[in-house]
Design a protein around this ligand. Sequence first.
Ligand code: TRP
Length: 333
Amino acid sequence: MAEKIVLTGDRPTGPMHLGHYIGSLINRVELQNKYQQYVAIADMQALTDNFEHPEKVHQNVFQVMLDYLAVGIDPSKSTIFIQSLIPQIAELTIIYVNLVTVNRLKRNPTVKTEISMRGFGEQVPAGFLIYPVHQASDITIVKGTLVPVGEDQLPILEQTNELIRSFNRIYKAEIFQEVEPVLSRVPRLPGVDGKAKMSKSLGNAIFLCDPSDEVAKKVMTMYTDPDHIHVNDPGKVEGNVVFTYLDAFDPDKKEVAQLKEQYQRGGLGDVKLKKRLIDVLNHFLTPIRERRALFAKDKSQVMRILLDGSEKTREVARQTMEQVRKVMYLDYE
Ligand code: TRP
């Protein structure tokens, strides 16, 4: 069996938030110690629904890179690259789009949800519809087999595997192996408003780069138990966002268990609980913020790391495309 390779990535559409951290950054920081890991800053994918704002995507490449470095994705262990600097990804995408039907693309549940969230209606850009195919190219161009992602990405990985199976069958090739998702051990983080998902567009996110007073402000608005009105009222822990966040970030599990008991019994006020969460989050975020600020001061060095990673990835991609061209009778000479 070939050595497993990790490939993962993000669309650079804004700074990253705690939901990204819990959903996949946390896994990447671990996986880089065990496997060769590639991390794609998927600017081309971001353009599929931001093509009118290319400058925004450009700026966010740097922001996402700062978040990566700040949380501890280490460029001496992980290869971080810019998707648009690997032309072979686009090339492989054009090959893959023959292996999927338009109907199959339209049925992808993740894409469907995103189309309705973005209000595309009947005006879905073709590039948006095929982004799962494009993503399959991100993964397979470096022969990735392990993909740390949030659970909303599972249908995309399913489609990746369908493409890999079709490709291998039709071209009698063994170039690509099927991929497996690596899901987070920590349950998904809801937004501060209690909605199931934290997201920038829903306006319910705490960003890794939020200053401490901003974190405090957001925590104070957090959804708790709407029936817990007086301090002495018994309160609900399930669905109480403050406890969900304490479960994810408070290192003192015993203390959290005691607080839950007290809250359920009555006698623990929301404000006191929120103050604890503010401390816990700021304790977690302070070193991240500090590292981010340090890297932000040296933009040219950070961009150098990204360009080096892209060059390294391009070389691997070139080799993969050589194999692909061979099995597809595209190796003219
Ligand atoms: N679509 C992913 C998301 O929105 C981002 C992404 C781009 C990605 N390329 C990838 C994830 C490759 C995993 C592998 O989160």
